[in-house]
Design a protein around this ligand. Structure first.
Ligand code: GLA
Length: 388
């Protein structure tokens, strides 16, 4: 079995998608890591198809995992993860409030375990998220008097955090979400504490610090609802500006928190086509399809339309009706059809959780495995979509 980082490497080289100084270095590093971790070539009996196997020629398939999973405690999750995914993202353990809750306290036990899990299973390991307005402790933005700190202090804190966290996993975590959700719905920069205190160059600074801490890592800008025109246009303008300044932004993450109605196939297609022109890797980073409500931060019209679909399908909070299972299956098949259409730029598709029981949107039964860890019709639909 080929190591996924080697596969990503080979695919990138084949497609000449090497645009920045960071990528060739990554590519040089990967074969060595791959050789070290390659499993022996014993013949394995053929089992049922798995996600990572059926999409082997197209893109990597990732999943966000939690503490119970990377510690090995969740044995059911463990076998699903190992069989189906060749990349992992940390659901929470590398967010600022988890890894750096107090000024002088870094908690690396969980992140170390997470990284070891990925290495032991020859997976592409993603880091998430360095600079964000959520799940970041208040002290980061405040002085001892409780007032906002000045620009230089906040830049120093950002620098030290990135240097410490990215530096610790240099060469092991290959892809980082450097800045998460910097844009508002209208595509302008969100008025977050980062923005208020540092100003708009906080984004360039974060990428600069991450690049210094690990020059070979793929550095991602990650956001949700980029399928909406205003937000996507804002993201594209932001990336182009960073690129013009020589900032090492080498990937864009389309979170992909969907529902039964949003985004449409046309919106998804347009979005991937537009992001694909940016000369960087495109990754779907947090895929789920909520069957019960609106997707993350969607408009009330989206929520109402989704609610209609839910009523029509007969949702119960415990499980999905057959009609809704079929609807979810079609949605996933449609979305994967679009990802495949853009596989020249889409390098990774990551689900935000293993089973519905693990999901932050558990009420919406949004994933491919149900609350008992059983594959849903949507799982079969995604497997079948690979063959088309
Ligand atoms: C955002 C973040 C993720 C996660 C989800 C929902 O999309 O990037 O880390 O927190 O929200 O939980």
């Amino acid at each position: 079995m080929e190591d996924p980082t080697r596969r990503l490497n080979r695919t990138l080289m084949k497609r000449h998608l090497i645009f920045t100084p960071a990528i060739p270095a990554l590519l040089l590093a990967l074969p060595i890591a791959g050789l070290l971790t390659m499993t022996s070539c014993t013949t394995v009996p053929k089992g049922p198809p798995t996600l990572k196997d059926v999409y082997k020629k197209d893109f990597l398939i990732g999943v966000a995992i939690n503490q119970h999973q990377f510690s090995g405690e969740d044995t059911r999750g463990d076998s699903i993860i190992k069989a189906n995914f060749d990349s992992i993202a940390p659901e929470n353990v590398l967010k600022w409030d988890s890894v750096h809750p107090r000024p002088d306290t870094y908690l690396f036990e969980g992140p170390d375990q997470y990284v070891k899990f990925g290495e032991a299973n020859h997976m592409l390991i993603v880091g998430h998220a360095l600079v964000w307005h959520h799940q970041t402790p208040e002290w980061v933005f405040q002085g001892t008097n409780g007032q906002p700190v000045d620009r230089e202090t906040l830049l120093r804190r950002m620098h030290d955090h990135i240097q410490t966290v990215v530096g610790r996993y240099r060469g092991r975590i290959k892809v980082w979400d450097v800045v998460n959700e910097a844009l508002d719905e209208d595509g302008t920069l969100r008025d977050s504490p980062w923005m208020k205190i540092i100003g708009e160059d906080y984004i360039a600074k974060a990428f600069q610090y991450a690049h210094e801490a690990d020059p070979e890592a793929v550095l991602r800008y990650n956001d949700y609802a980029l399928e909406k025109d205003a937000k996507r246009n804002g993201a594209i303008a932001l990336i182009k500006k960073l690129q013009a300044q020589g900032v090492s932004v080498t990937a864009i993450g389309l979170q992909g928190h969907c529902n039964l109605r949003f985004p449409t196939v046309v919106q998804e297609d347009l979005t991937l086509a537009a992001l694909g022109k940016l000369k960087l890797q495109v990754m779907v980073t947090e895929l789920d399809v909520d069957c019960s409500r609106g997707g993350q931060q969607t408009t009330s019209a989206d929520i109402a339309a989704n609610r209609q679909a839910q009523i029509a399908g007969g949702l119960s909070s415990e499980s999905l009706s057959d009609a809704l299972q079929q609807q979810l299956a079609r949605r996933y098949a449609d979305l994967f059809g679009v990802f495949l259409k853009h596989k020249d730029v889409v390098k990774l598709v990551t689900f935000w959780g293993v089973t519905d029981a693990d999901s932050w949107r558990a009420h919406g039964n949004p994933l491919l495995f149900d609350k008992h860890g059983q594959p849903k019709p949507a799982f079969d639909a995604v497997i079948r979509a690979a063959g088309q």
